[in-house]
Write a protein that binds this ligand. Structure first.
Ligand code: UD1
Ligand code: PEP
Length: 433
């Protein structure tokens, strides 16, 4: 049982290098099995969700070669089953992209229902609607999403509400359907664009990704490619907010500043300095943030995945702030943990947090219950007086590469220790006292 132990109160200072985007990598790895030729993917984040997806495609018969920590080669020519039902498939969200990829390539897929963060009910009805529109029979049987088609035919698909997962999944299947598919009210998130760019590099014909309307002309075959995944906007945002919350000065490198605009805007609004460069942003803070109001929305709005970091930053604000979650119905679980650290937050109607700023947080033993909520607790630990222990680090490691090492490099007093290793805990306390 590993946990983070943190001694708060040190401003983060220095430079941090952002890894590849988990949520783009999941779609891109699934897409890579759609060709029988070899695909080389660079800037793959070294995180547990990606290890899991790579294991799952190996179980299908794909060959995965790890060239180095961030570069892999995938060859899908020896795939011998369209059934992915191991316990791993159920652990991550991105495994549902195998439905679109296998259905597009083999016209059949049987994939266990996905897992991922427990942040709401997370239905997949829009994915099913999209596959059905392409001519596939789709049903859920024995916990598997079963999709089968004699042939896939392009269709006009309208999503009444935007869904990142459904947009990418339909795009995957449609790029090997016959004829043209139009997705209206498509999700516009950067990873939708990245997966589309990758598919186009494999010979797909996708236009409009990043806008409301995506047009896909089906092709009979995809080919090998070399591709580098975009930087992780959520990892970048997490370090930006942690820099601000610790009243530090951090250069967040290897980012696409355009993807961070919603975070930058909110930081500027609460009085933090943000300087944009071509592929980096510098965040400087020297006082408590002003209060503000934020509502999570699909891109280019304020990303729901960054909502826990926003709320956590505002615990120290000089007034009362309101954060409204409009995407997932159960994304304030970490708030109970923050209150153990002295935060003053009231959640009303389960989707609105009213945060009355306090002068300081104090360290406590807290437990992560999902990926981003867990990262926010680490951030709170950096802001708090004294020691904080964050349990259940495996949630955080789903999506952050070398999290504690990157924090340490910025001067944070943080270590990952086994909960039973009292010696290591004592050693850490001695070192940082
Ligand atoms: C692996 C991955 O990329 N995960 C991201 C993806 O999740 P994910 O793809 O699951 O999120 P969606 O964009 O699909 O979900 C948006 C909303 O639509 C609902 N919905 C979605 C599909 C569906 O068929 N029916 C339905 O009702 C969801 O419950 C949610 O309320 O986008 C979310 C929103 O930016 C991010 O928080 C997640 O980090
Ligand atoms: C919610 C997230 O991930 P997933 O959709 O994989 O659960 C996330 O990345 O914040």
């Amino acid at each position: 049982m590993e946990q983070y132990i943190i001694k708060g109160g040190k401003p983060l200072r220095g430079e941090v290098e952002i890894s590849g985007y988990k949520n783009a990598a999941l779609g891109i790895i699934a897409a890579a099995i759609m060709t029988d030729e070899t695909v080389k993917i660079e800037n793959v984040p070294d995180i547990s969700d990606i290890d899991i997806l790579l294991n799952v495609i190996e179980d299908l018969g794909a060959k995965v070669e790890r060239i180095n920590k961030h570069t892999i080669k995938i060859n899908g020519s020896k795939i011998n089953t369209v059934k992915a039902d191991s316990e791993y498939v159920r652990k991550i969200r991105g495994s549902y992209y195998l439905v679109g990829a296998l259905l597009g390539k083999y016209k059949e897929a049987q994939v266990a229902l996905p897992g991922g963060c427990n942040i709401g009910s997370r239905p997949i009805d829009r994915h099913i609607k999209g596959f059905a529109a392409l001519g596939s029979d789709v049903k859920i049987e024995h916990g598997l999403i079963c999709a089968k088609a004699d042939k896939l035919e392009g269709a006009s698909i309208y999503f009444d509400e935007s869904s990142v997962g459904a947009t990418i999944n339909v795009m995957l299947a449609a790029c090997m359907a016959e004829g043209q598919t139009t997705i209206e009210n498509a999700a516009k998130e950067p990873h939708v664009v990245d997966v589309a760019n990758f598919l186009n590099s494999m010979g797909a014909n996708i236009k409009g990704a990043g806008t409301d309307v995506i047009r896909i002309k089906g092709v009979p075959k995809l080919h090998g490619s070399e591709y580098s995944i975009i930087p992780d906007q959520i990892e970048a945002g997490t370090f930006m907010f942690a820099a601000a919350a610790s009243m530090g000065d951090v250069l967040v490198k290897n980012v696409i500043p355009k993807h961070l605009e919603a975070f930058t805007a909110k930081l500027l609004e609460v009085g933090v300095t943000v300087i944009e460069y071509d592929d980096a942003v510098r965040v400087i803070a020297d006082k408590r943030p002003n209060s503000t109001q934020v509502k999570t929305l699909p891109y280019p709005g304020f990303l729901t995945d960054m909502q826990p970091m926003m709320t956590t930053l505002l615990t120290l604000s000089t007034g009362t702030s309101i954060v409204t979650e409009s995407i997932f119905e159960n994304r304030f679980k970490y708030v109970d943990e923050l209150t153990k650290m002295g935060a003053n937050i009231r959640v009303v109607e389960s989707n609105t947090a009213i945060i009355t700023g306090v002068e300081r947080l104090t360290g406590a033993i807290v437990s992560a219950s999902d990926l981003r909520g867990g990262a926010a607790l680490v951030m709170a630990g950096l802001m708090a007086e004294g020691y904080t222990i964050v349990e259940n680090v495996e949630y955080i490691e789903r999506g952050y590469e070398d999290f504690e090492r990157k924090m340490q490099k910025l001067g944070a007093a943080i270590a990952k220790v086994d909960a039973r290793d009292t010696k290591a805990i004592r050693k850490f306390k001695l070192k940082v006292s």
